[in-house]
Design a protein. Sequence first.
Length: 300
Amino acid sequence: MNTVEKEKTTGKNDFPVFEVKGGGCCAPEVETVKENASDIKDMVREKYAAIAVNAQSGCGCCGPEDSNKIVGYTVMADEYTNKEGYVAEADLGLGCGIPVDYAEMKAGDTVVDLGAGAGNDVFVARAIVGETGHVIGIDMTPEMISKARQNNQKLGYTNVEFRLGEIENMPVQSDTADVVISNCVLNLVPDKARAFAEIYRILKPGAHFCVSDIVLKGTLPPELKKSAEMYAGCVAGAMQQEDYLAEIEKAGFTGTIIKKTKVITLPDEVLKQYLNDEQIQQFRSNDTGIFSITVNAYKK
């Protein structure tokens, strides 16, 4: 089995994540742990490997940790089934938006999808760029790459490929991509500055990216944030929206624009564990909470 070499990191990239205990990727026991960036990657890789092997839709970073607690609770993923190029076997329900809708791709483009998983966005992008285009999917989980390649082999696409690698050190030459896309992945990357720098590197001059990701607005009550993380692990690495946009600008991008914002609504069953009725009403009425944003920006 292929492996990805761990990056050496410092404590400045630490953030709290949730360690899943018990059997299966959707095990109910979750506890808060403090890990360094390398450990975070190992945890994410292990979790997504289980998802790839089990091919269980909605059981992942952007789905509920315990589907038995809140039946049918899907806070993140959007509907892809009517998209041209959609492949059901590639849709594991792990996104938080549909970046391909806003990516402004065209026939003949070279597109790179970060955290491609089983290939959901890759195959939809391929339908847009056509036979003259080229789509590259990057993922750090060998099991996901294997599943994506199996899906592509069935489809017989010769202008689609999947490469094993990390977003902070992509196996892609500089000035390659016309468009970079990503769906609910960058929030899991400990070193976001390095990630955006790498996106900048692989884009052609004047090219752009379009990513859907999870951000925070305002200050969530600590216990509420913990609960949100337990039910939607993507929140663990999420930044404040203003800080997220600042990282994009620091990388040198221009013309940053938020194409879509979606509120990630926490069910009352969760909120009532930590807030009274008045607090819940206040929380829902304020511009505070967890959001999915789809954002575009351009390389100079």
